[in-house]
Design a protein around this ligand. Structure first.
Ligand SMILES: *Cc1c(COP(=O)(O)O)cnc(C)c1O
Length: 366
């Protein structure tokens, strides 16, 4: 049976004409890396994010790495981060030369637990990197207090949380800086790789602009060993074309989430509660200890599901050597979590089909 509800739909929709016009504009300009489109996008994205500064970079991973490098965090330093996220959150710490230290997640909010984070602080700790997972902010009041009490940098991984707020405050502007990603599946996606840093700190923004471009101060004068992580004009122009749609797309995601939440919750399944009305629903995860049966049931009803994420980051072979910390909540959630389709192009009929498939699940007899 072909799937009437695919997990995602990435082809541009109502924005197609605007995206095509943007591409044509860049082709006609003959200017392809770090130019007027990037500058304009940085200004427009900063405004949309309620941040004074935005700096376009190559990927969301690079955005995290460059923030850490701009804060002079590197070899010998530790950064506290959760076990449940895209592995890139922790890989970015390693790319900066620092060591990711994992602290467990809150079992209900599914984001980094401030108490676990505090317990993981050592004399080498330089920063805390909470992830606004699935589109919902981490407990930023607690992290602000924690960071100031221990004199640590608070860096936000906002890759899944464009336009999200925490207690009414824009994510990415609460700590010293926020990293975001425009990977095509993200709430604001490019047609390729792209990322950005947002910050309130002018000096930090300037240092990241230098670091993304080989550490140059002026052409061919490299004052530090920077990275090559520039946002190109094509992706910037495409992002400019799509940014005006983001608020409506976000509203649609929230409306779909409300529909899913109105559906009957079957036995042995739990729907994580919404802690903040600023949740932008990058994903819609549910929890079940009968995950294989649940996914098979959804597939049989034509609904594609995916797991975010099946392996806790500290249990990845690539990272296991760095930190043997145990995160039992992260382990359990990785074993139970499964995502329902969540994207603005879902039709009302598709949303109803997902709700029906979800509600009609019954766990196999034990
Ligand atoms: C997507 C993502 C990243 C990495 O972004 P890229 O643009 O793919 O490098 C980092 N952290 C989180 C939470 C993400 O979802």
């Amino acid at each position: 049976m072909s799937s009437p509800v695919p997990f995602n739909a990435l082809r541009p929709g109502a924005d197609t004409a605007a995206v095509r016009a943007a591409i044509d504009r860049v082709i006609a300009s003959g200017w392809f890396v770090l130019g007027p489109e990037v500058e304009a996008f940085e200004a427009e994205f900063a405004a949309a994010s309620q941040a004074p500064y935005a700096v376009g970079v190559g990927t969301g991973t690079d955005a995290i790495t460059l923030i850490l490098r701009a804060l002079d965090i590197g070899p010998g330093d530790e950064v506290i981060t959760p076990p449940l996220s895209a592995a890139y959150s922790a890989l970015a710490v390693m790319m900066a030369g620092a060591r990711p230290v994992f602290a467990d997640i809150d079992p209900e909010r599914l984001t980094l637990d401030p108490r676990a984070a505090e317990a993981a602080i050592t004399p080498r700790t330089k920063a805390i990197l909470p992830v606004h997972l699935y589109g919902q902010a981490a407990d930023m009041r607690a992290f602000e207090a924690l960071a100031s009490r221990h004199n640590l940098a608070l860096v936000e991984d906002a890759a899944q949380a464009q336009l999200a707020t925490a207690d009414g405050r824009a994510v990415g502007t609460i700590g010293i800086a926020g990293a975001t990603s425009f990977y095509p599946t993200k709430n604001l996606g490019a047609l390729g790789d792209a990322g950005a840093v947002i910050t309130r700190d002018a000096q930090l923004a300037a240092r990241i602009k230098r670091l993304r471009n080989g550490g140059q101060t002026s052409r061919y004068h490299h004052v530090e060993a920077g990275a090559n992580s520039r946002l190109d004009e094509m992706q910037a122009a495409i992002l400019r074309a799509r940014l005006p749609y983001l608020a409506a797309w976000t509203a649609r995601r929230r409306a779909i989430a409300a529909q899913y939440r109105a559906a009957r919750v079957p036995a042995s399944v739990a729907v994580p509660r919404e802690f903040d009305s600023g949740h932008v629903y990058h994903l819609f995860p549910v929890l079940t200890s009968n995950r294989d049966a649940f996914q098979a049931h959804c597939t049989a009803h034509g609904v594609e599901t995916l797991i975010h994420y099946p392996v806790p980051i500290p249990r990845q072979p690539a990272l296991a050597a760095t930190n043997p910390a145990m995160c039992p909540v992260g382990d359990r959630i990785c074993a139970e979590v499964v995502s329902l389709p969540m994207y603005p192009a879902l039709s009302d009929e598709q949303v109803a089909a997902v709700s029906r498939a979800f509600s009609s699940f019954s766990p196999p007899a034990a």
